[in-house]
Design a protein around this ligand. Structure first.
Ligand code: ZN
Length: 174
C-alpha cells in the first residue's frame, strides 16, 4: 500500500505539474482505505476446456470446481482452487471472443491476473487517477457471481489486469 506520506508527496508533485484532476482519495491521502484483498485468480487461455481440465487434474491433482459460460465475454470457464487462489481456464465460444484473438496472437498461456477488492469502483478511480487506461469504466457481471473490470495491459506493463469484487449480498459460487 502507498503510505499517506507518499500519497501526499505524489499529490504535491502532481499539483506542481499542473494536473487538474487529482482524485479525492489522493488529495486527502486516503488511498489506504481502498484494499486489494488478494490475488483472486489467474486467467489462462486454452483452446479446449475438455483437453485442458484433465491436465490440471492429472498432472497437478487439482479439482475442477465447476464450469460456467460468460456470454458477455464469449467464453466458457472452468475453475480450480490452488490454495485459495483460483485458476480460471478460458475457452472461446466465438471467433470474435477476446480469448480467440489472444490465442491467435500469442497462443495458449496466462491471459490475466485478477485482484479481489472490496470496492471496485474506488479501485477503478484510483487506477485512472494514476494514469492507467481502463478497458471498462464500470464493472460488469463476470463469472462466479462477481463484478469485474479490466485495466489495459498497455498501461500496466503488459499484464492484463482484472479487478473483481463479490456482488453485494452474494457468496462466491466458486
Ligand atoms: Zn478473470
Amino acid at each position: 500500500m502507498l503510505s499517506v506520506e507518499l500519497v501526499l508527496r505524489m499529490t504535491s508533485q502532481d499539483v506542481r505539474r499542473g494536473r487538474g484532476t487529482i482524485p479525492l482519495e489522493w488529495r486527502h491521502g486516503k488511498t489506504h482505505s481502498i484494499m486489494i484483498q488478494a490475488i483472486d485468480h489467474l486467467g489462462i487461455a486454452v483452446r479446449s476446456l475438455d483437453e485442458a481440465i484433465p491436465l490440471y487434474e492429472k498432472a497437478l491433482g487439482l479439482k475442477c470446481l465447476g464450469r460456467e459460460e460468460v456470454a458477455s465475454q464469449k467464453v466458457r470457464t472452468a475453475f480450480f482452487d490452488a490454495g485459495g487462489v483460483h485458476l480460471e481456464l478460458l475457452e472461446p465460444t466465438a471467433p470474435e471472443s477476446p480469448i480467440a484473438k489472444f490465442l491467435t496472437d500469442r497462443g495458449e498461456g496466462v491471459h490475466h491476473v485478477a485482484f479481489r477488492t472490496d470496492d471496485i469502483d474506488a479501485q477503478l478511480r484510483q487506477a485512472a487517477g494514476a494514469g492507467v487506461r481502463l478497458i471498462h469504466e464500470k464493472p460488469f457481471d463476470g463469472a462466479a457471481g462477481k463484478l469485474v473490470a479490466f485495466l489495459h495491459p498497455k498501461s500496466t506493463r503488459g499484464v492484463l489486469t482484472e479487478l473483481c469484487a463479490l456482488k453485494p449480498g452474494a457468496t462466491a459460487a466458486h
